[in-house]
Design a protein around this ligand. Sequence first.
Ligand code: IMP
Ligand code: MG
Length: 185
Amino acid sequence: MTVFDSDIDSVLITQEQIQEKIRALGAEITSDYEGRDLLLVGVLKGAFVLMADLSRHIHLPLEFDFMAVSSYGAATQTSGVVRILKDLDHEIAGRDVLIVEDIVDSGLTLNYLLKNLRTRKPATLEVCALMQKPEAQEVPLDIKYPGFEIPSVFVVGYGLDYAERYRNLPYVGTLRAEVYSDAAS
Ligand code: IMP
Ligand code: MG
């Protein structure tokens, strides 16, 4: 039990399902990049939980970097506008780079990031995304390491927030309608 459980309407992905998926993704990444040095790029803030868990299932010499981009703020609708709030600390030219993203909704954020990072000439550039909302996706994206497909609903937990809360839930779920109406009043 967590203190937030009473705010949750339904659990879409359980803690066990997430951990099992991450173990499988980690094993796949480990074998695909064998003998190479991989740079994981996490997209803040949502990806920090996935980054921590996934990286411990990747048995390779890893380096870590993070980017922060503007997304929803406190609302639940995408703006389509992407702004870099924090850029990478390191050069990625010639590096094997794997972007770690919590969720792909419209895909606009990731699309922008991929274009931006490609101009810096990494040796390889791939994506691991824990969740995708296929019905909401507006741009085609090649996600080499996909986790779960979910319906086009707003979810929280496992790094994802509503008004900066719920990121520490170990599972992914939807919020009860009262949570939104309480926040608006
Ligand atoms: P996109 O640009 O529409 O693909 O949005 C991507 C970003 O929006 C994600 O990295 C999340 O930070 C945020 N986001 C998208 N869907 C959700 C959701 O259901 N809950 C919380 N955040 C979300
Ligand atoms: Mg995000």
